[in-house]
Design a protein around this ligand. Structure first.
Ligand SMILES: [Fe+2]
Length: 294
């Protein structure tokens, strides 16, 4: 069965049929998925009953894996999954939901803010692939915003103001917004800001998009309050409902998104229930901006 993709309702995302992630992909299937990502930026695959190895094999067939190293507050002894996965569940290493006041859980609540994965890394992520193994009884949707449509809808004056700007991204900035300041010196050092351009151009389609995230806390050359107010306005603009697709999860769904063209956020769910979702990530090609020398 050939790969087919249809747009989901009025949204920008696409729903894929004809892919079985338990089997190796053909070259034609790989090409169809990349073309779908270029066009839709978010692809939804249903009923994928896969394990970790199958998710890794599917991910590797589309590109090089970005490792999840030193990006959260879990100690190395507290990992539930290998570093080929980003553990975005609410579970500890014993598969139990973390306590409500667990600092690792509170840090991960930052994922409820609009963001693009790994924008706090000098080479930010290309695609993320999130697979649902266990979902809560309610809540926990993931919402996606189309940053190409957001760019297209800006007025010319704002577009001109954005062009050429470079932002500083750090998980310190996103956590400040939710009142999480409980970071050690070592963590602050690890989460030092990196630089990202504000406007990206897609290498295949040539479409421009706003490259924003709650991790962005400064604009190079701007006073901080003015930068933050400007970035906040842009995020508000980019996340109007007309630019947003909200995914309601079912076990077996795998959703793949292009971090260069979209932002996303998780929605709340009952904290005592398990939400086991596992993310693999495809590495980006290069930094988007020159970094400050260490
Ligand atoms: Fe994320």
């Amino acid at each position: 069965m050939p790969v087919s993709i249809r747009q989901i309702g009025p949204c920008f995302a696409g729903e894929v049929e004809g892919v079985d992630m338990r089997r190796p992909l053909t070259a034609d299937e790989v090409a169809a998925i990349h073309a779908g990502m270029d066009r839709y930026a978010v692809l939804v695959f249903h009923n994928q009953e896969i394990d970790d190895e199958q998710q890794l094999a599917f991910t590797r067939s589309l590109g090089e894996i970005e490792l999840a190293l030193h990006t959260g507050l879990r100690a190395a002894t507290e990992y539930r999954l290998p570093t080929t996965f980003a553990d975005v569940s609410n579970l500890d290493q014993h598969n139990r939901p973390m306590a409500r006041d667990d600092r690792r859980r509170l840090f991960s609540i930052g994922n409820r803010l609009w963001h693009s994965d790994s924008s706090f890394k000098a080479v930010p992520a290309k695609y993320s692939l999130l697979h649902a193994r266990k979902i809560p009884s309610r809540g926990g949707n993931t919402e996606f915003a189309d940053m190409r449509a957001a760019w297209d809808a800006l007025d010319d004056e704002t577009k001109a103001a954005c062009e050429g700007l470079v932002c500083e991204h750090s998980q310190i900035y996103s956590r400040q917004q939710i009142g999480f300041f409980d970071l050690s010196e070592e963590e602050r050092e690890r989460f030092k800001p990196v630089r990202q351009v504000l406007v990206r151009t897609h290498p295949a389609t040539g479409r421009k998009s706003l490259y924003l995230a709650s991790h962005a806390g400064a604009i190079v050359g701007w006073p901080v309050p003015e930068a933050r107010a400007f970035l906040r306005d842009l995020i508000e603009h980019a996340t109007q409902r007309e630019f947003v697709y909200s995914h309601r999860w079912a076990v077996g769904d795998l959703v793949m998104w292009d971090n260069r063209q979209t932002m996303h956020r998780g929605r709340p769910f009952p904290p005592e229930e398990a939400r086991d979702v596992r993310r693999t990530t495809i590495a980006g090609d290069a930094p988007t901006a020159e970094q400050i020398a260490a």
